[in-house]
Design a protein around this ligand. Sequence first.
Ligand SMILES: [Zn+2]
Ligand SMILES: [Zn+2]
Length: 258
Amino acid sequence: MRIQLLPSTFDDKGQATLDQRLTCFLIDDRVAVDAGSLAIALTNEQRSRVRDIIVTHPHMDHIASLPIFIDDLYPTLKEPMRIHATQEVIGLLERDVFNWNVYPRFSDLKNDYGPVMEYVPIPLGQPFTVAHLTVTAVPVNHIVPTVGLIVSDGERSVAFSSDTAQTEEFWKLLNETQHIDALLIEASFPDRLAKLAEVSRHFTPASLRQELKKLNHNGLDILAVHIKPAYREEIIQQLEALQIPNLGVMEPGKTYQW
Ligand SMILES: [Zn+2]
Ligand SMILES: [Zn+2]
């Protein structure tokens, strides 16, 4: 499985910077998990292939360019863009984003080939199929309804925490899964902002360390994501100080393979 954390910002030479402002993972150039930078960071080849987007929750950093992505492809879509999300999240997207005020309600619109956007409600705790992948979603602990995921291509499995604070079901799902190759987990705030992390339901390096004690798997790659750019250096130093084997920081723009 190939996974890229799409860049959110580019330097003066057009190269992806290490700062992650938006969240969007691209799997095998075909399926997106969240859509923060989906419209701004794909190659044309990738843009022509992505037709399935899993939305973990409706926060702006995870959906910022979702409407623009569909808008861009509107005249050429020969199949609808499928938005996989819980019924709750679908309701929030319809109410707050695709509401004719912020953006058109694409789920009501057709181009020359048919509907341009379709919601696919996802179950909790039960595997479902997205393109060539099998996905299981469970609720995590964030301030809006949010899911964490395990995604498998039949050979390899990767877990995505999405945005969360201390949680239980996600770890239970991981521990029940026979083999996990990688865990992409959030580390949003430095330890000195533990209060803010708590009220906004995010991890700090210290709370992440506590959480990882719930994980029974050894040897998997653990990559920290969702590091707020304002505190990036500080968070990375604190993550390194934890001295957790195989814990690294995921680099936007780089393709990882498991
Ligand atoms: Zn969030
Ligand atoms: Zn977020």
